[in-house]
Design a protein around this ligand. Structure first.
Ligand SMILES: Cc1ncc(COP(=O)(O)O)c(C=O)c1O
Length: 404
């Protein structure tokens, strides 16, 4: 008998499929309100503008738009990205500091490949972005999880760990952080902590990956500085067009030291040769015409409204059942339930009651956070958010009484 599985390489066992994708599959086509995904609201995609730009790109660039192109990304697109970064608070980028990737997920995948040797220690927030954990795990990283509070990563605790590790003759290779409107918690790192983090990077000689998909969606006047704007040597910055234009275009980028960009270029060549030429030209023109800059405030306003609706619904229905973050931006609220509740075990009940969330333990490198959950407010309508939270509260109430 042919055993196909015996042909699969051993490294696949290090790869984990995203729990979020699995939940999305479970909820598809059912009468379930999904607060689980992390999708932008498609109502706001600039479809008409992109239709017009699409035909312009084909007419203006002809065959060039349909041809292979360079691995780093089209120079004119990288120039537009540098200009966009400049006008949104991260000046001083040059096209040679930038590589275009197929979404920032590919940036994380390539960074994992070019930075992590098996056994290298990577420090991440606890909780942090699940798919980043999976990327680093797949190349054999071991983790230091640093808790977050309302001001983001507890950099003081990171310092304690760095001291201990140093005494043991070990070091951290890099800190991966989503410092602004974090996924999943919605919190942002204070500027003091950002400065402290950079000081530690210098003292203990590590790099920082700043993953920044959400900083354009800040609902409050938060005075934050991107780490990349504070240090161009140690900070590797990645961001994406997924939230500021459209996720289906699969466009992201990395801004980093040219030596890192060179390494990424080789890894990307092996992965996919280059990011689709047509999509790059489309986004470059969208930037040039101000479509992205006009799109951002519209989406921001809509997400702020939805965040407020979710916060109101939580106060109305979940008071006494949970506590939750009040995100200053982004797309998620993170909720902490009674210590005795395991949100993963509770999920089937929630799905039968018609509501889905992501169990929080998926975001913790040490498997803790079993009583937490991530709730998305960008995708569901305001009505669905209200109904979803009401259903969720019923489930938690029932579950809390049945599990005592
Ligand atoms: C923190 C973070 N990083 C990276 C990504 C990947 O985004 P994309 O590949 O669509 O650019 C996401 C998507 O939700 C995210 O939340």
């Amino acid at each position: 008998m042919l055993d196909i599985k015996s042909f699969i390489a051993g490294r696949v066992s290090l790869m984990e499929s995203s729990e979020i994708r699995e939940i999305l599959e479970l909820t598809e086509g059912k009468n379930v309100i999904s607060l689980a995904g992390g999708l932008p609201d498609p109502k706001y995609f600039p479809t008409e503008e992109l239709a017009e730009i699409s035909s312009y790109v084909l007419k203006e660039y002809g065959w060039r738009a349909l041809q292979y192109s360079v691995t780093r990304g089209l120079r004119e697109f990288r120039e537009e990205i540098a200009r966009f970064m400049e006008r949104t608070g991260t000046p001083g980028e040059m096209p040679y500091n930038i590589i275009v990737t197929s979404g920032s997920q590919q940036a994380l995948n390539l960074l994992a490949q070019v930075l992590v040797n098996p056994g290298d220690i990577v420090a991440v927030e606890k909780p942090t972005y699940l798919a980043a954990i999976n990327e680093f795990k797949a190349v054999g990283a071991s983790f230091e999880g640093i808790p977050v509070d309302d001001e983001g990563m507890r950099v003081d605790l990171l310092e304690e760990r760095l001291k201990i590790l140093k005494a043991e003759g070990k070091r951290i290779k890099f800190v991966y952080t989503v410092p602004t409107a974090q996924n999943p918690s919605g919190v942002s790192m204070s500027n003091d902590r950002r400065s402290h983090l950079l000081e530690l990077a210098e003292e203990y000689d590590f790099l920082i990956i700043e993953d920044d998909p959400y900083s354009h969606f800040m609902f409050e006047e938060v005075n934050f500085k991107r780490l990349r704007s504070m240090d161009k040597y140690r900070v590797i910055y990645t961001s994406t067009f997924s939230k500021i234009l459209s996720p289906g275009l699969r466009l992201g980028w990395v801004a980093a030291h040219p030596d890192v960009i060179d390494a990424l270029e080789i890894a990307k060549q092996n992965a996919d040769l280059h990011t689709p030429t047509f999509n790059q030209l489309l986004a470059a023109e969208a930037l040039r015409r101000g479509v992205v800059d006009k799109h951002i405030p519209r989406v921001k306003e809509a997400y702020k409204r939805k965040r407020d609706v979710m916060l109101e619904a939580l106060s109305e229905h979940m008071d006494g059942l949970a506590r939750w973050t009040r995100p200053v931006g982004g797309m998620f609220i993170f909720a902490y339930l009674d210590e005795n509740i395991d949100t993963k075990e509770m999920l089937p009940e929630a799905l039968s009651a018609g509501v889905a969330y992501v169990p929080g333990s998926a975001f913790y490198v040490d498997g803790s956070g079993r009583n937490t959950m991530r709730l998305n407010f960008s995708y569901p309508s305001e009505e669905m958010i209200r109904m979803g939270i009401e259903r969720l509260a019923e489930v938690v109430k029932r579950y809390a009484t049945s599990s005592v």
